[in-house]
Design a binder for this molecule. Structure first.
Ligand SMILES: Nc1ncnc2c1ncn2[C@@H]1O[C@H](COP(=O)(O)OP(=O)(O)O)[C@@H](O)[C@H]1O
Ligand SMILES: [Mg+2]
Length: 267
Protein backbone atom coordinates (compact mmCIF):
# COMPACT_ATOMS: atom_id res chain seq x y z
CA UNK A 1 0.00 0.00 0.00
CA UNK A 2 1.35 3.40 -0.90
CA UNK A 3 1.77 6.10 1.73
CA UNK A 4 -0.96 8.11 0.10
CA UNK A 5 -3.39 5.20 0.15
CA UNK A 6 -2.63 4.48 3.81
CA UNK A 7 -3.22 8.11 4.71
CA UNK A 8 -6.53 8.09 2.92
CA UNK A 9 -7.52 4.88 4.63
CA UNK A 10 -6.69 6.33 8.05
CA UNK A 11 -8.58 9.48 7.23
CA UNK A 12 -11.62 7.49 6.12
CA UNK A 13 -11.64 5.33 9.20
CA UNK A 14 -11.47 8.34 11.49
CA UNK A 15 -14.22 10.01 9.54
CA UNK A 16 -16.47 6.96 9.78
CA UNK A 17 -15.84 6.64 13.50
CA UNK A 18 -16.64 10.27 14.06
CA UNK A 19 -19.79 10.01 12.01
CA UNK A 20 -21.01 6.91 13.76
CA UNK A 21 -20.53 8.58 17.12
CA UNK A 22 -22.58 11.54 15.95
CA UNK A 23 -25.33 9.37 14.59
CA UNK A 24 -25.78 7.41 17.77
CA UNK A 25 -26.27 10.46 19.93
CA UNK A 26 -29.84 11.40 20.60
CA UNK A 27 -30.29 14.57 18.62
CA UNK A 28 -34.05 14.75 18.86
CA UNK A 29 -34.05 18.24 20.34
CA UNK A 30 -31.35 19.81 18.25
CA UNK A 31 -31.13 21.02 14.75
CA UNK A 32 -28.74 18.50 13.31
CA UNK A 33 -25.36 19.76 12.33
CA UNK A 34 -25.48 18.43 8.84
CA UNK A 35 -21.72 18.80 8.46
CA UNK A 36 -21.03 16.21 11.10
CA UNK A 37 -23.76 13.72 10.51
CA UNK A 38 -23.50 12.77 6.86
CA UNK A 39 -20.74 11.81 4.51
CA UNK A 40 -19.60 14.43 2.05
CA UNK A 41 -21.78 13.39 -0.88
CA UNK A 42 -24.94 12.96 1.20
CA UNK A 43 -24.25 16.28 2.89
CA UNK A 44 -24.28 17.99 -0.49
CA UNK A 45 -27.57 16.33 -1.38
CA UNK A 46 -29.16 17.38 1.91
CA UNK A 47 -27.81 20.91 1.50
CA UNK A 48 -29.29 21.20 -1.96
CA UNK A 49 -32.68 20.16 -0.59
CA UNK A 50 -32.33 22.71 2.20
CA UNK A 51 -31.34 25.40 -0.27
CA UNK A 52 -34.27 24.68 -2.54
CA UNK A 53 -36.56 25.09 0.45
CA UNK A 54 -37.83 21.53 0.18
CA UNK A 55 -36.48 20.88 3.62
CA UNK A 56 -35.91 23.34 6.46
CA UNK A 57 -34.44 21.27 9.24
CA UNK A 58 -33.15 17.77 9.74
CA UNK A 59 -33.73 16.73 13.32
CA UNK A 60 -33.22 13.46 15.17
CA UNK A 61 -32.77 9.95 13.89
CA UNK A 62 -36.06 8.07 13.89
CA UNK A 63 -34.66 4.72 12.91
CA UNK A 64 -31.32 3.24 12.06
CA UNK A 65 -31.55 0.18 9.86
CA UNK A 66 -29.18 -2.00 7.87
CA UNK A 67 -29.32 0.01 4.66
CA UNK A 68 -31.05 3.21 5.58
CA UNK A 69 -31.51 5.72 8.34
CA UNK A 70 -34.75 7.62 8.74
CA UNK A 71 -34.61 11.18 10.08
CA UNK A 72 -37.31 13.50 11.24
CA UNK A 73 -37.25 16.63 9.13
CA UNK A 74 -39.43 19.72 8.97
CA UNK A 75 -40.53 22.21 6.33
CA UNK A 76 -40.35 25.96 6.81
CA UNK A 77 -43.99 26.02 7.88
CA UNK A 78 -43.29 23.35 10.50
CA UNK A 79 -44.76 20.36 8.74
CA UNK A 80 -43.07 17.07 9.56
CA UNK A 81 -41.18 15.09 6.95
CA UNK A 82 -39.47 11.73 6.94
CA UNK A 83 -36.02 11.80 5.36
CA UNK A 84 -34.83 8.32 4.49
CA UNK A 85 -31.15 8.21 3.70
CA UNK A 86 -29.68 5.12 2.16
CA UNK A 87 -26.28 4.89 3.74
CA UNK A 88 -23.25 5.20 1.61
CA UNK A 89 -20.38 4.43 3.91
CA UNK A 90 -21.28 3.54 7.44
CA UNK A 91 -22.63 -0.02 7.49
CA UNK A 92 -20.38 -2.30 9.49
CA UNK A 93 -19.49 -4.42 6.54
CA UNK A 94 -18.29 -1.41 4.65
CA UNK A 95 -15.87 -0.49 7.39
CA UNK A 96 -14.38 -3.91 7.09
CA UNK A 97 -14.50 -3.83 3.34
CA UNK A 98 -12.74 -0.51 3.05
CA UNK A 99 -9.70 -1.97 4.77
CA UNK A 100 -9.29 -4.45 1.98
CA UNK A 101 -10.08 -2.30 -0.97
CA UNK A 102 -8.52 1.08 -0.27
CA UNK A 103 -5.34 1.43 -2.19
CA UNK A 104 -6.01 -1.56 -4.42
CA UNK A 105 -6.27 -0.27 -7.98
CA UNK A 106 -8.65 -3.07 -8.94
CA UNK A 107 -11.28 -1.60 -6.61
CA UNK A 108 -10.85 1.99 -7.59
CA UNK A 109 -14.50 2.31 -8.48
CA UNK A 110 -16.13 0.27 -5.76
CA UNK A 111 -17.23 3.25 -3.66
CA UNK A 112 -18.91 4.92 -6.53
CA UNK A 113 -20.60 1.67 -7.45
CA UNK A 114 -22.00 1.26 -3.98
CA UNK A 115 -23.21 4.81 -4.07
CA UNK A 116 -25.10 4.34 -7.28
CA UNK A 117 -26.60 1.18 -5.88
CA UNK A 118 -27.95 3.10 -2.90
CA UNK A 119 -29.20 5.83 -5.22
CA UNK A 120 -30.96 3.18 -7.27
CA UNK A 121 -32.72 1.82 -4.17
CA UNK A 122 -33.81 5.31 -3.24
CA UNK A 123 -35.25 5.95 -6.72
CA UNK A 124 -36.95 2.58 -6.64
CA UNK A 125 -38.54 3.23 -3.28
CA UNK A 126 -39.71 6.65 -4.43
CA UNK A 127 -41.26 5.31 -7.61
CA UNK A 128 -42.98 2.47 -5.81
CA UNK A 129 -44.38 4.90 -3.25
CA UNK A 130 -45.57 7.19 -6.03
CA UNK A 131 -47.36 4.41 -7.86
CA UNK A 132 -48.89 3.08 -4.66
CA UNK A 133 -49.97 6.55 -3.58
CA UNK A 134 -51.62 7.21 -6.93
CA UNK A 135 -53.47 3.91 -6.65
CA UNK A 136 -54.80 5.14 -3.28
CA UNK A 137 -52.88 2.59 -1.27
CA UNK A 138 -52.32 3.92 2.24
CA UNK A 139 -48.60 4.81 2.09
CA UNK A 140 -46.66 7.96 3.07
CA UNK A 141 -46.96 10.63 0.39
CA UNK A 142 -43.66 10.73 -1.50
CA UNK A 143 -42.23 14.23 -1.86
CA UNK A 144 -38.85 14.13 -3.53
CA UNK A 145 -35.94 11.84 -4.23
CA UNK A 146 -32.40 12.93 -4.86
CA UNK A 147 -29.56 10.46 -5.14
CA UNK A 148 -29.65 8.33 -1.98
CA UNK A 149 -32.18 10.52 -0.14
CA UNK A 150 -35.96 10.01 -0.16
CA UNK A 151 -38.20 12.64 1.39
CA UNK A 152 -41.77 11.69 2.25
CA UNK A 153 -44.67 12.55 4.49
CA UNK A 154 -43.94 11.90 8.16
CA UNK A 155 -46.26 9.36 9.69
CA UNK A 156 -46.51 10.24 13.35
CA UNK A 157 -46.37 13.29 15.56
CA UNK A 158 -43.60 15.64 16.65
CA UNK A 159 -40.82 13.44 15.39
CA UNK A 160 -42.18 10.28 16.95
CA UNK A 161 -43.26 7.80 14.31
CA UNK A 162 -46.54 5.97 14.49
CA UNK A 163 -46.25 2.50 16.08
CA UNK A 164 -45.95 -0.58 13.91
CA UNK A 165 -48.42 -3.47 14.11
CA UNK A 166 -45.66 -5.35 15.91
CA UNK A 167 -45.30 -2.69 18.59
CA UNK A 168 -48.99 -2.08 19.01
CA UNK A 169 -51.33 -4.91 17.98
CA UNK A 170 -54.63 -3.39 16.87
CA UNK A 171 -57.67 -3.45 19.10
CA UNK A 172 -59.86 -4.61 16.28
CA UNK A 173 -57.67 -7.05 14.37
CA UNK A 174 -60.45 -8.28 12.02
CA UNK A 175 -61.02 -4.78 10.73
CA UNK A 176 -57.29 -4.21 10.30
CA UNK A 177 -56.84 -7.49 8.48
CA UNK A 178 -59.57 -6.57 6.02
CA UNK A 179 -58.16 -3.10 5.48
CA UNK A 180 -54.70 -4.49 4.81
CA UNK A 181 -56.07 -7.02 2.32
CA UNK A 182 -57.88 -4.18 0.53
CA UNK A 183 -54.62 -2.23 0.36
CA UNK A 184 -52.64 -5.18 -0.98
CA UNK A 185 -55.34 -5.79 -3.57
CA UNK A 186 -55.13 -2.18 -4.71
CA UNK A 187 -51.36 -2.35 -4.74
CA UNK A 188 -51.52 -5.41 -6.97
CA UNK A 189 -54.42 -4.60 -9.24
CA UNK A 190 -54.07 -0.84 -9.63
CA UNK A 191 -50.41 -0.02 -8.98
CA UNK A 192 -49.37 -3.45 -10.29
CA UNK A 193 -46.79 -3.86 -7.56
CA UNK A 194 -45.94 -6.52 -5.00
CA UNK A 195 -44.59 -5.13 -1.72
CA UNK A 196 -42.11 -7.94 -1.09
CA UNK A 197 -41.27 -7.22 2.55
CA UNK A 198 -44.70 -7.00 4.09
CA UNK A 199 -44.77 -7.78 7.77
CA UNK A 200 -45.98 -6.39 11.08
CA UNK A 201 -42.80 -4.25 11.11
CA UNK A 202 -43.59 -2.45 7.86
CA UNK A 203 -47.19 -1.62 8.63
CA UNK A 204 -47.76 1.35 10.90
CA UNK A 205 -50.97 2.26 12.67
CA UNK A 206 -51.97 5.80 11.87
CA UNK A 207 -55.34 7.45 12.39
CA UNK A 208 -56.80 4.08 13.19
CA UNK A 209 -55.78 2.66 9.81
CA UNK A 210 -52.91 0.53 8.56
CA UNK A 211 -50.21 2.42 6.70
CA UNK A 212 -47.71 0.55 4.59
CA UNK A 213 -44.05 1.64 4.46
CA UNK A 214 -40.62 0.43 3.27
CA UNK A 215 -41.01 -0.18 -0.46
CA UNK A 216 -37.47 -0.18 -1.84
CA UNK A 217 -37.63 -3.89 -2.61
CA UNK A 218 -41.12 -3.83 -4.13
CA UNK A 219 -41.39 -5.18 -7.66
CA UNK A 220 -43.72 -5.02 -10.62
CA UNK A 221 -46.22 -7.87 -10.86
CA UNK A 222 -44.40 -8.87 -14.07
CA UNK A 223 -41.18 -9.54 -12.16
CA UNK A 224 -40.12 -13.22 -12.13
CA UNK A 225 -40.03 -13.14 -8.31
CA UNK A 226 -43.38 -11.39 -7.94
CA UNK A 227 -45.42 -14.52 -7.30
CA UNK A 228 -42.98 -15.84 -4.74
CA UNK A 229 -42.83 -12.45 -2.99
CA UNK A 230 -46.61 -12.07 -2.93
CA UNK A 231 -47.07 -15.52 -1.42
CA UNK A 232 -44.49 -14.70 1.24
CA UNK A 233 -46.22 -11.36 2.00
CA UNK A 234 -49.62 -13.02 2.33
CA UNK A 235 -48.24 -15.81 4.50
CA UNK A 236 -46.65 -13.23 6.83
CA UNK A 237 -49.94 -11.41 7.06
CA UNK A 238 -51.96 -14.54 7.80
CA UNK A 239 -49.44 -15.73 10.36
CA UNK A 240 -49.52 -12.45 12.25
CA UNK A 241 -53.30 -12.14 12.27
CA UNK A 242 -53.87 -15.81 13.11
CA UNK A 243 -51.96 -15.17 16.32
CA UNK A 244 -54.49 -12.44 17.08
CA UNK A 245 -57.27 -15.00 16.58
CA UNK A 246 -58.49 -13.59 13.32
CA UNK A 247 -60.20 -16.11 11.12
CA UNK A 248 -57.87 -15.46 8.19
CA UNK A 249 -58.68 -16.19 4.53
CA UNK A 250 -56.94 -19.43 3.45
CA UNK A 251 -53.79 -18.56 1.52
CA UNK A 252 -54.94 -19.84 -1.90
CA UNK A 253 -58.21 -17.99 -1.69
CA UNK A 254 -56.44 -14.87 -0.46
CA UNK A 255 -53.99 -15.08 -3.34
CA UNK A 256 -56.90 -15.29 -5.78
CA UNK A 257 -58.61 -12.31 -4.22
CA UNK A 258 -55.50 -10.16 -4.34
CA UNK A 259 -54.57 -11.06 -7.90
CA UNK A 260 -58.13 -10.74 -9.22
CA UNK A 261 -59.55 -12.32 -12.34
CA UNK A 262 -57.83 -10.31 -15.01
CA UNK A 263 -54.34 -10.50 -13.63
CA UNK A 264 -53.98 -14.17 -12.87
CA UNK A 265 -50.95 -15.41 -14.72
CA UNK A 266 -50.86 -18.88 -13.26
CA UNK A 267 -51.62 -21.68 -15.75
N1 LIG B 1 -42.70 8.09 6.50
C1 LIG B 1 -42.37 7.76 7.73
N2 LIG B 1 -42.83 8.47 8.78
C2 LIG B 1 -42.50 8.16 10.04
N3 LIG B 1 -41.66 7.18 10.37
C3 LIG B 1 -41.15 6.44 9.38
C4 LIG B 1 -41.46 6.69 8.02
N4 LIG B 1 -40.81 5.80 7.26
C5 LIG B 1 -40.11 5.04 8.11
N5 LIG B 1 -40.31 5.40 9.39
C6 LIG B 1 -39.73 4.82 10.62
O1 LIG B 1 -38.47 4.27 10.32
C7 LIG B 1 -38.48 2.85 10.47
C8 LIG B 1 -37.68 2.19 9.37
O2 LIG B 1 -38.21 2.55 8.11
P1 LIG B 1 -38.28 1.52 6.92
O3 LIG B 1 -38.75 2.27 5.73
O4 LIG B 1 -39.05 0.32 7.33
O5 LIG B 1 -36.74 1.19 6.69
P2 LIG B 1 -35.87 -0.14 6.93
O6 LIG B 1 -35.48 -0.57 5.58
O7 LIG B 1 -34.73 0.33 7.77
O8 LIG B 1 -36.75 -1.16 7.62
C9 LIG B 1 -39.96 2.49 10.49
O9 LIG B 1 -40.20 1.32 11.22
C10 LIG B 1 -40.60 3.69 11.12
O10 LIG B 1 -40.48 3.63 12.53
MG1 LIG C 1 -38.68 -1.69 7.53
Amino acid sequence: MTRKARKRLEYNEKRLERRDKMLHKDKSNERATVEEVFDQATRLIVFSLLKKGLLYEVNGVVSSGKEARVYWGTTKDSKDLAVKIYLTSSAEFKKGLLKYIEGDPRFKNIKRDTRSLFALWAQKEFRNLEEAYQAKVNVPKPIIVKSNVVVMEFIGKEGKSAPSLKECPPENPERFYKLIVTNIKRLYQKAKIVHGDLSEYNILIWKNKPLIIDMSQSVSIEHPMAKFMLTRDLNNLNKFFSKLNVNVIPIEELHKQVVGKNNDKSP
